[in-house]
Design a binder for this molecule. Sequence first.
Ligand SMILES: [Zn+2]
Length: 347
Amino acid sequence: MQSHTMELPRLIVIGEKNISDIGNFLSSLTKPKKVSIMSGVNVRKIVQKKIDKSLKSKKIKPIWHSVLGNEKKSFTELEKIVRKDKSDLIVGVGGGRAVDAAKMIAFNQSKPFVSVPTAASHDGIASPFVSIKGDKPHSIVATAPLGVFVDIDIIKKAPKKLLASGCGDLIANIIAVKDWELGRDKVGEYYGRYAANLALMSAKIVEESSGVFAKKGLDARVIVEALISAGVASCIAGSSRPCSGAEHLFSHALDKLAPGIGLHGQKCGIGAIMMAKLQGQDWKKIIKTLKNVGAPTTAKQIGLKPEQVVKALTIAQDLRPERYTILKEIEMTRNKALALAKSTKVI
Ligand SMILES: [Zn+2]
């Protein structure tokens, strides 16, 4: 039997207005004396004072770093600077970029890392994987967070479209798990039922709650818990497999063709609609769920041109040939891509 490694977060705290407890949290994890904190410029303005005060009470010295770009080059430069901190722990405070940077830098320096998401726009907040925009845009292995610390109050104050985007990233799991089953059946790939079911459950919770969300607004806590569960599913699988299938390849293709347009979860949601149709799943239900949570269902809504969607569909599988998805079963010609996007009203 093949050996299989699972690296899991040790402590997960989800609270409300609890940012001032972060010193306690870090102290209970590793008793650090010095921590390097990666954060976005805007997030830093909101939380730095509270975090610094909390860390001071535990005699922890913070060294703050602003994360500006998300290209490989800027991460490499940042890493050189952070290395000089000689800190005990790397903390990522922010939406996507800062957490990704912390994860990556911690992995390269063999240091523990803690995730403090301030927005819930994707499942990277608790997953061990990070995708760096470079030559190959798909996720590369990094390290599971030792701890995840969430202040729901901060998440709630982030723009609504970020939470909706998180829902899109969760809905993607419906496609990803089906693709994983396909990989198991067609090429004998390792398939973990526990990880698959956990990932699927986090998508189903959003699907089932979306009607209520449409009436009463998005429940940040439910979405954050689902995103963390999805991240843990990736930890258990030892790969991004349960949360990343053909819809993610489509999103990665758009990263390449139309950089900077649309959020990750928005693109995965739109991709999920089309891939669901290819897989013979209920794609109309996916549209309904996305609409209920306020996530886009058409290319136009996020500023993508029809041609970019068509092109992305045709190149998606080639970006990661070893990942078996529904796109392996179909020769995605221009005409087929156009018909698929049109029939699902994406374009
Ligand atoms: Zn994702």
